[in-house]
Design a binder for this molecule. Structure first.
Ligand SMILES: Cc1cc2nc3c(=O)[nH]c(=O)nc-3n(C[C@H](O)[C@H](O)[C@H](O)COP(=O)(O)OP(=O)(O)OC[C@H]3O[C@@H](n4cnc5c(N)ncnc54)[C@H](O)[C@@H]3O)c2cc1C
Length: 103
């Protein structure tokens, strides 16, 4: 693919979750795009262990929420540990802070 030929409608700068999701939405609506990133390679550590409630609302707007929920596991709580020592436990997510009925 030529880097000088302009054959796209939108250039997406950044291949993080926002850039990738934006590119997916553009393609879904028939808009040609290219993603560029200043990093030479992807990060090697996890940035997406859990999906936050607001992200689920965005997935709902995109019309993919049912597939996302079916592929995931609902979190019932969280334990935070530092060097194997537990520093915080939240074993229920009871507050409804988004339209998705858990968070
Ligand atoms: C250790 C860790 C764990 C995390 N765990 C979770 C989690 O479990 N669940 C969750 O929801 N969130 C988690 N997060 C937060 C999540 O990673 C961020 O909210 C998310 O990555 C933000 O996405 P983004 O696309 O806005 O930015 P980024 O992920 O930072 O991506 C931006 C991209 O743009 C590129 N870029 C920047 N400037 C330019 C430029 N000028 N030109 C081209 N490219 C450029 C960067 O190289 C980068 O690849 C975690 C974060 C960290 C650090």
């Amino acid at each position: 693919m030529s880097l000088t030929k302009v054959d796209i409608d939108v250039l997406v700068a950044g291949a993080g979750p926002v850039g990738l999701a934006t590119a997916c939405e553009l393609l879904r609506h028939g808009v040609r795009c290219r993603i560029i990133d200043k990093a030479a390679e992807p990060v090697q550590t996890s940035r997406a262990l859990g999906i936050q409630a607001r992200s689920l609302e965005v997935f709902e707007n995109m019309g993919v929420i049912d597939r996302v929920l079916a592929a995931g596991t609902k979190a019932k709580g969280v334990t935070i540990a530092i060097a194997s020592s537990c520093v915080s436990v939240c074993n229920t997510f009871k507050r409804k802070i988004a339209s998705i009925p858990f968070c």
